[in-house]
Design a binder for this molecule. Sequence first.
Ligand SMILES: [Fe+2]
Ligand SMILES: [Fe+2]
Length: 294
Amino acid sequence: MFGRSSGRIDLPSVPAALARIIQITSDENATAEQVARVVMLDQSLATKVLRIANSAYYGRLRKAETVTEAVVSLGFSSVRNLAASASVIEALFPKQMFPGFSWQDMWTHSVTCALATEAIYARIVRGAASKMEAAFVAGLLHDVGKLIIARALPQKFVQIVDICREYGYEMTRAEKSVLSTDHAGIGAELAKEWDFPPKLRAGIAYHHNPSIADDHYDMAIAVQAANMLAKRLTRSYIVGSNTEISLRKVAEIARLPVSEIDYVVVRVREGLNRCSDILSWSREMPGADLVEAA
Ligand SMILES: [Fe+2]
Ligand SMILES: [Fe+2]
């Protein structure tokens, strides 16, 4: 009853900067120069990359004057992640306020999940660097379907959030009761429409149901486990809802020993410190405080 096939929802067209970033970062042979060139096509992206490269945290001896220097200074993967994050927040995150729902916390959840997906997937595939490209972006975009529902069907989104708050439902369950589909299904349609690479599509489509991910099972369980871990490590974006998730459960899903998940947690915390700038981009969005005061 819902989704592009039924004509109930209009899927937005892919933001140009995001499309280029995903394309270049999915190319195993991409170079730092190529990434810098993509970043430079978008002035606000380029400014962000330069600012972060020159921020106190990175404390380089010499100031990066150009985006290419910034790419060299930050490292290829940091710039890629930064660029993907900037274009996701600019192009996809709703600005509208919804009672009981915090977009600020949703952003923290997405970035945490991105870092966790990268760290978990690295442990699952064991150091094959060329396979890593999609992991951060898959984690960052795993819940993109929620953003689409909120933008396209705001009334239904309010209903879904109310159901979650009142009955303690998971969002997927509340979405199915209101829309007959869920954010993973809608995210999958979007990822197909936007022509995302197969591994990224699978991470979005199957993060609540990895058993049907076929060839991309590893990516699907990495995102699923990362999503759980992100929920454990950060505040819920549904105001007042709390889910107890153990590290043992995360380890079980990822099929890794708990000791490896302990290490993943350390990596994620380090990443969140490094990403404080990226996290602060949500400052302009409606947060829990604003929602409660409304
Ligand atoms: Fe989800
Ligand atoms: Fe999630």
